[in-house]
Write a protein that binds this ligand. Structure first.
Ligand code: PEP
Ligand code: MN
Length: 295
């Protein structure tokens, strides 16, 4: 497998990739071109194809320095590998909390410095991209922006990986085509995220389409992750669907966790408590082991 960096990637970015590759027990061979660097990833076939499943966990919104630091510490202790937190929030109502913007990004970066967890955060507007790039390790394009082609093209020019969430009324084909918009601009690091679609069913917030996982994996080479939190919208049922997502072949899970969900400024009803999250991780590991993977 090869990893091609963005043009003029910094030495720090290159070394970060190399370190990650080696953490997986793989060898990294670097070839430097005029503007891009190619990293050859060498190792056993099974390790190359099926990397450990990662838990991406954290708050829906960054609410304060203390809140995101506390949640980051909790999820790290329970085994999360990536910290999530929204600084720009796509809210249904313009009167709901819209996010702390740059202050939120700063708090996320501080939480990363404290825990070592890389940070994924949502970009809603191309005009905010360069600011977000100063703080984040991974960009997220949310469900409401999956069809925002100018945003897709803009993140396609970024050096950061992009989690692309499936539009809640988008088909698998639509999602793949939106990923193409990003890939076409030269960003090869796109992660597809199933997060629930709108159907006639109203028992949950959305309907989690787990069949999309094996289908996407058969149609693309891209990692496929699942966000059961936003799909269910109800804390009570999130753990079951996390387990099902791992069984279906998800490469990572995105899970909202809050230490006082009743006080959360967004999505409190669906956030796992730290205790539920801590109890879930060993069960995820057991399901991963049952299908020959690790978490
Ligand atoms: C989120 O992850 O914070 C979010 C808003 O998700 P979605 O775009 O899937 O609704
Ligand atoms: Mn949320």
């Amino acid at each position: 497998m090869i990893v091609i960096t963005q043009p003029n990637a910094t030495e720090e970015q290159i070394q970060r990739i190399v370190t990650r590759v080696r953490e997986f027990g793989l060898e990294a061979q670097i070839s430097r071109g005029a503007s891009r660097v190619i990293i050859g990833v060498i190792g056993p076939e099974a390790l190359l194809r099926e990397k450990p499943i990662a838990a991406m966990a954290g708050a829906c919104s960054v609410e304060s320095r203390e809140q995101i630091q506390s949640i980051a510490t909790i999820v790290k202790e329970s085994g999360a590998k990536i910290l999530r937190g929204g600084a720009f929030k796509p809210r249904t109502s313009p009167y709901s909390f819209q996010g702390l913007r740059e202050e939120g990004l700063r708090f996320l970066a501080e939480a990363r410095a404290k825990t070592g967890l890389p940070v994924v955060t949502e970009v809603m507007d191309p005009r905010d991209l360069s600011m977000i790039e100063n703080y984040a390790d991974c960009l997220q394009v949310g469900t409401r922006n999956m069809h925002n082609f100018s945003l897709l093209k803009e993140v396609g020019r970024s050096t950061l990986p992009v989690v692309l969430k499936r539009g809640f009324s988008a088909t698998v084909y639509d999602l793949i085509m939106s990923a193409e918009y990003i890939l076409n601009e030269g960003n090869p690091n796109v992660v597809l995220c199933e997060r629930g679609i709108r159907t006639f069913e109203t028992a949950a917030r959305y309907t989690l389409d787990l069949s999309a996982v094996p289908i996407l994996k058969s149609k693309t080479h891209l990692p496929v992750i699942v966000d059961p939190t936003h799909a269910l919208g109800l804390r009570e049922f999130v753990p079951q669907m996390c387990l099902a997502a791992v069984a279906a072949g998800a490469d990572a899970l995105m899970i909202e966790v809050h230490d006082s969900p009743e006080m959360a400024k967004s999505d409190g009803n669906q956030a796992l408590t730290p205790e539920i999250f801590a109890g879930l991780v060993p069960r995820l590991r057991a399901v991963a082991a049952a299908i020959g993977r690790a978490l």
